[in-house]
Design a protein around this ligand. Sequence first.
Ligand code: C5P
Length: 223
Amino acid sequence: MIKRKDILKIAIDSPAAAGAGTLAKAISKHYNLMYLDTGKIYRYIAYLKIKHPKKFGYKFISSKINSLKIVDLSNKNLLSNEVGIEASIIAKQKKIRKLVHYFQLNFAYNPPKKYKGSCLDGRDITYNIIPDADFKFYITANIKTRALRRYKELKNLKKKISYSEVLKSIKKRDKSDLNRKISPLKKTKDSLLINTTKLNKRACFLKIKKIIDRNINKINGNL
Ligand code: C5P
């Protein structure tokens, strides 16, 4: 695999609906980084499982992942609660994680030349996918805030779901993501904790930007 040496790499891990995606997008735009929401890859596989239950198997998924394009991940169907729950179930499988691994590595270390680097968010990015990232963040918020944010997002998408259902499924996913044996969600010692419970989007962005700007000169010198 080609690894670009001159790039800035940002790794973010977070539990569901903590605001990591919104922040990562804003940071990527500001620093001209290519952004990947890695949860979308697991959601894509989960969606394929729900849509094609009879075809679902290693060969089928492997061919889909080998030809995976970023545009496939913008499918609105991937955002449903049902797909999110299924994603956290299939994400426990070693075979599935192995299939997705290379796609993420290539994205992280070899973004197209027009980008100055990459920014990935997920559950195992800081210690498994980009252990040598220039910046590592663990973004979280309290569970009720996260559930409310996700509930509002799903309502905007006209999904029929109650707040308590959303809360229940986020609790279930947290439990599974934190306790699974393979690549569990965890905050590494070298990740900076950002709690977004009481911060709006702009305040979160500025907090992270301040940390990056303070250290970026040191990093640029090493690139
Ligand atoms: O980030 P999002 O909530 O969309 O992710 C859906 C599911 O995909 C998560 O609950 C988690 O189980 C799985 N996932 C993962 N590793 C990642 C990203 C997501 O296991 N890097």
